[in-house]
Design a binder for this molecule. Structure first.
Ligand code: UDP
Length: 235
């Protein structure tokens, strides 16, 4: 396998599938299947999940809720998603641990780096919920930070599109996919891959990012096997 330990970032919105809100049972089961395939091939898998399908901190101010309060609400939303993923993975016969950036003893372990690494070594899938536990951050930043902490080989950003395009492929039919990018190039060209905090964390710590289509069956495993032309590699 090309990668031994991966950090998979899934957005909350991806879990919605075709729904307007919440968690699509078909979609979450598809994701579990994809993760199971990769795990079965011996790759250690850690997951960061977003919360955008339930709540985002930026929504808060518009509704008269304090921004920081809103961010904590967003973090709690990620825990709901993380619990759903944990349960779904377990239904597929996988062993998991949920670790939270905010202490929540009844539902998950606190994030302890050494413990997370040990879980991975034992073949457990580790899900990081509640972001990094601080307001004004995103789950993309969480993905970068946790990837560095657990020494993951790569951050895999699962999206609806199969990589970074010269323009938005959903709006511009002349857009073409870019197979490889350097961090500098991505910043120079203004490609919006992750927020800057998340992006520069990976850049400064030499953790490559792969943007790929998580909804296409087999993609994740293909990347692990080193197949060319899947997604965009930023390194
Ligand atoms: N959030 C936060 N700190 C973190 C991670 C998340 O404050 O470390 C909050 C923030 O309000 C964010 C929300 O949780 O909008 C949900 O996460 P995100 O928007 O990253 O989810 P995604 O877009 O991936 O679904």
């Amino acid at each position: 396998m090309k990668y031994k330990r991966i950090l998979l970032k899934l957005s909350g919105e991806a879990l919605m599938g075709n729904q307007q809100y919440g968690i699509d049972p078909v979609r979450i089961n598809q994701y579990a299947e994809e993760i199971k395939k990769v795990h079965a091939s011996g790759v250690e898998v850690a997951i960061v999940i977003g919360g955008g399908n339930i709540y985002r901190g930026v929504q808060a101010e518009a509704s008269g809720i304090d921004r920081v309060q809103g961010d904590y609400m967003g973090m709690l939303a990620t825990v709901i998603n993380a619990m759903a993923i944990q349960s779904t993975l377990e239904n597929h016969g996988l062993y998991t641990r949920l670790m939270s950036g905010i202490k929540m003893e009844a539902v998950c372990e606190p994030f302890i780096r050494r413990r997370a690494v040990r879980h991975l070594e034992k073949g457990r899938i580790v899900i990081f919920g509640a972001g990094i536990g601080n307001p004004y951050f995103t789950t993309d930043s969480t993905a970068s930070l946790r990837a560095i902490e657990i020494e993951a080989d790569v951050v895999l950003k699962g999206t609806r599109v199969d990589g970074v395009y010269t323009a938005d492929p959903e709006k511009d039919s002349s857009a073409t996919k870019i197979p490889n990018l350097s961090f500098e190039q991505a910043i120079r060209e203004g490609y919006n891959i992750m927020d800057m905090t998340a992006f520069t964390l990976c850049q400064e710590n030499n953790v490559p990012i792969i943007v790929f289509d998580m909804n296409a069956s087999g993609n994740l495993l293909d990347i692990m096997e080193g197949k060319e032309n899947i997604g965009t590699l930023i390194s």
